[in-house]
Design a protein around this ligand. Structure first.
Ligand SMILES: [Ca+2]
Ligand SMILES: [Ca+2]
Length: 188
């Protein structure tokens, strides 16, 4: 794994670690899901709320399965980086894990079901991970390379794959979860 790839993964781990205690647990993902549901105005315990929880928990289930931690309640940064190294090393995993996850997350993001992710939909999602709105807008400008104001399913698959795999400093997908360089500096 190169420094760039590692910086993105450390940042991603920190984004997912909602309560910032240095380990990923189921409750981090439930907190994200609850916040996303709240921002969309879904009633607590409603079917839409439950659906969002299920969708967000898929990230957790996938990460545990692939890092061989199915029976563990926590994932450390070390486990996480090992898991990502396996993804980077394997064409099969890139297709099954990254693209499978991208498809599921696309559907979660596309709240109004019109087949594209608008900037608002992206920002709501970004902020549910405690992201700053300004960072979210900056990230969306990068991801939306052609400046159309939305991301198609195909564009989304591309940027998610770039986020996980690319070693190109200019790859738009590096910005999927916002600025990632500071995290690298503070963790190095
Ligand atoms: Ca945590
Ligand atoms: Ca949409």
């Amino acid at each position: 794994m190169t420094e760039l790839q590692k910086a993105k993964q450390v940042h991603y781990f920190n984004v997912l670690d909602y309560n910032g205690d240095g380990v990923l647990e189921k409750k981090d993902f439930l907190n994200v899901a609850d916040r996303l549901a709240e921002q969309r105005g879904y009633e607590d315990g409603s079917s839409k709320h439950r659906a969002v929880r299920q969708e967000i928990l898929r990230i957790w289930t996938n990460a545990r399965a692939l890092s061989g931690q199915e029976d563990k309640a926590q994932i450390t940064l070390e486990d996480w980086l090992e898991h990502e190294q396996e993804v980077i090393d394997s064409t099969v995993l890139v297709h099954s894990y990254v693209q499978g996850l991208a498809r599921a997350i696309f559907d979660t993001l596309d709240a109004d079901n019109d087949g594209v992710i608008s900037e608002d939909e992206y920002l709501t999602f970004f902020e549910s991970f405690r992201g700053d709105e300004g960072d979210g807008s900056a990230a969306f400008q990068k991801l939306d390379e052609d400046g159309e104001g939305y991301l198609t399913r195909q564009q989304f698959l591309k940027v998610v794959t770039q986020f996980h795999i690319s070693d190109e400093p200019d790859a738009p997908g590096n910005w999927l979860f916002g600025p990632y360089q500071e995290a690298a500096g503070s963790e190095a």
